[in-house]
Design a protein around this ligand. Structure first.
Ligand SMILES: C[S@@+](CC[C@H](N)C(=O)[O-])C[C@H]1O[C@@H](n2cnc3c(N)ncnc32)[C@H](O)[C@@H]1O
Length: 274
């Protein structure tokens, strides 16, 4: 048995990777290993060793704080505001207006950002809805969900630095953010109040729960194994309102090939429609 980067051996790393994959579908590769080792070193010391930590986590529910720290260490959370302009234009200029019309005067537009990381995607969708005049009167809501408890805590705090804002125009920074301590920017309350966050895995989202007009899941399915990808797409299909849209990233799209949805070519992007 070889060890690399300290006390996390190949064999024990594979045990952690199998555990995460079985519980969430997320595939840990060799690239995740140094981060896992660094971030879990305090827990491993407290447990006695990485192997003993694995023994503890194996018996913990996925929703426990200790298992949450494993997920925080495992996931890739790269994201930023106004990522992928064509998809956002499709959402703001084509999909949202159509779905708001379908909702009628009494209905509301329900949007789910699945795998929202630290919240930038969910807030971006709400900012676009605000720019379109859809938010006043609570006519639209965005739900962001993510596997990682730390990501969801950061999303709820709504505080961001330059890395998250690197693709946001100065006009939008002024419109949607207020200055905060430490040179950070805080999402304004008009946007925050339209967005809620929940820590959970896509596969924990049972079929038949709340229905959505739009499900946005970008740069997430690529991290899952094949079975989890197709289960995730089934969950999405079951959670779309009739006529609702699913927007996947280019790298995630193959997973939807077998979904009972129609591929729609919009002016700005492609989407799947129920
Ligand atoms: C690379 S980020 C993408 C964030 C955002 N969607 C974007 O495109 O900017 C991937 C996120 O997906 C989340 N994720 C991965 N597998 C998940 C699962 N099974 N359920 C929920 N979230 C998941 C990770 O925790 C991570 O925060």
């Amino acid at each position: 048995m070889t060890t690399r980067g300290g006390a996390l051996s190949d064999r024990v790393y594979r045990l952690f990777a199998d555990l995460v994959r079985r519980r969430t579908g997320y595939v840990l590769t060799e690239a995740h290993r140094p981060r896992l080792e660094t971030r879990l070193s305090a827990d491993a010391r407290a447990a006695g060793s990485f192997y003993q930590l694995f023994g503890l986590l194996r018996n913990e529910p996925t929703s426990s704080p200790a298992f949450g720290r494993l997920l925080d260490a495992a996931v890739n959370s790269e994201t930023y505001f106004f990522r992928d302009p064509p998809a956002l234009r499709a959402f703001a200029e084509e999909i949202a207006p159509e779905r708001l019309l379908a909702a009628g005067t009494d209905g509301s537009l329900e949007v789910w950002s699945a795998g929202c990381a630290t919240g930038e995607e969910a807030y971006t969708l709400a900012m676009l809805l605000l720019e379109k005049g859809a938010l006043p009167g609570r006519r639209a809501r965005v739900l962001g969900t993510d596997l990682s408890p730390a990501n969801i805590r950061r999303a709820r705090a709504a505080l961001y630095g330059p890395h998250s804002l690197r693709a946001t125009s100065p006009e939008r920074v002024r419109a949607h953010f207020e200055p905060a301590d430490g040179g950070l920017a805080r999402v304004r309350s008009a946007v925050r109040s339209a967005v809620a966050f929940d820590q959970r895995g896509i596969l924990d989202d049972a079929a038949g729960g709340a229905a959505f007009d739009v499900i946005v899941c970008r740069n997430v399915l690529i991290y899952l194994d094949e079975e989890a990808r197709s289960r995730a797409v089934s969950v999405f299909c079951s959670r779309l309102k009739p006529g609702g849209y699913m927007l996947l990233g280019a790298s995630d799209a193959l997973a939807a090939a077998a979904a009972p949805l129609t591929l729609v070519r919009l002016a700005n992007d492609v989407a799947y429609r129920r």
